[in-house]
Ligand binder design. Structure first.
Ligand SMILES: [Zn+2]
Length: 288
């Protein structure tokens, strides 16, 4: 599943290309992907202009004219493909057939813009979804999720982090970082990298973290996520950036999926650890 840097990369790619466009038509063959019948979508979307492409956690938000919003979640296998006149922007999960800048058998949502360009929502496993909300419905829905702060916003401060960690003394660091009710957008990849940056084992109990370690976790979260956005995310097996290329942050990874290999810092062996149903990687020599 893409994490914050990958979804942010898709947001930036789409934002440059679809803001200002007017939706002329919409079609979908998958009712469960939508929160209203298709006819409702068609009526509501026709003639609406895309004002802004935003993001909350791992969801993309298209703000439309007349207080409408489209919320997208790519989930495990979703992909957004913008088919322009002379260019193609692909963001999300590649499909086995390779990158196609056209409708294909995994296309379950299609937006046609008034300038005849297209946006396709492709999804092999159909867990992804689109929701159409008014401003009010959108804010109610987002509130109902009980999400933690965006890690790159001011609300995720060192003071906030100290207080939040103190509320869950028995929790372990990596699963805590990966829970969107604590802080959003951090999954298996970036939680491993943040723990390595902070020199803290992923299974450390929160109550045992020192002030210095908490400060390092705070710094690492900001630095690593910003750096990953700069490199347009990480591509391991199932994610590409908004141009359909593998995210370049893959080359920057220090521990994620490197178990059994030598640590770049100490040359010792990177270990793996099972935590909360996920496999993490860490260096037992560099991380205490
Ligand atoms: Zn090491």
């Amino acid at each position: 599943m893409p994490e914050l840097p990958e979804v942010e990369t898709i947001r930036r790619g789409l934002s440059k290309n679809i803001v200002g466009k007017t939706i002329a038509a919409f079609a979908s063959d998958t009712p469960k992907m939508l929160n209203h019948p298709q006819a409702f979508y068609r009526r509501a979307l026709a003639g609406k202009k895309i004002l802004r492409v935003g993001r909350r956690a791992k969801m993309l938000i298209f703000e439309l004219s007349q207080e409408n919003n489209l919320l997208f979640h790519l989930k495990m296998t979703g992909q957004l493909v913008y088919q322009g006149r002379n260019k193609c922007i692909i963001g999300g999960h590649p499909i086995k057939e390779g990158f196609q800048c056209a409708q294909n058998r995994f296309t379950h949502g299609e937006f046609v813009f008034s300038d005849k360009t297209h946006l396709f929502f492709n999804d092999v496993r159909k867990f992804g979804w689109i929701r159409l909300y008014s401003h009010r419905q959108l804010s109610d829905y987002l509130d109902s999720l009980g999400l933690g702060p965006e890690p790159l916003e001011k609300e995720f401060s060192l003071g906030w982090l100290k207080r939040a960690l103190a509320r869950r003394p028995k929790a372990k660091l990596k699963p805590w970082l990966m829970d969107p009710k604590n802080v959003v957008g951090i999954g298996n990849i970036y939680s491993d990298e943040i723990c390595f940056y902070a020199k803290v084992r992923p299974d450390r109990r929160l109550r045992d973290l020192t002030e210095k370690e908490i400060a390092a976790i705070y710094r690492g979260t900001k630095i690593i996520l910003k750096e990953a956005i700069k490199y347009e995310g990480t591509s391991i097996s199932d994610y590409v950036n908004a141009a359909g290329e593998a995210g370049a942050y893959t080359k920057k990874l220090k521990v994620y999926q490197r178990y059994g290999k030598n640590c770049f810092k100490c040359r010792g062996q990177v270990a793996k650890i099972r935590l909360g149903g996920r496999t993490g990687s860490f260096c037992p020599h560099c991380q205490k």
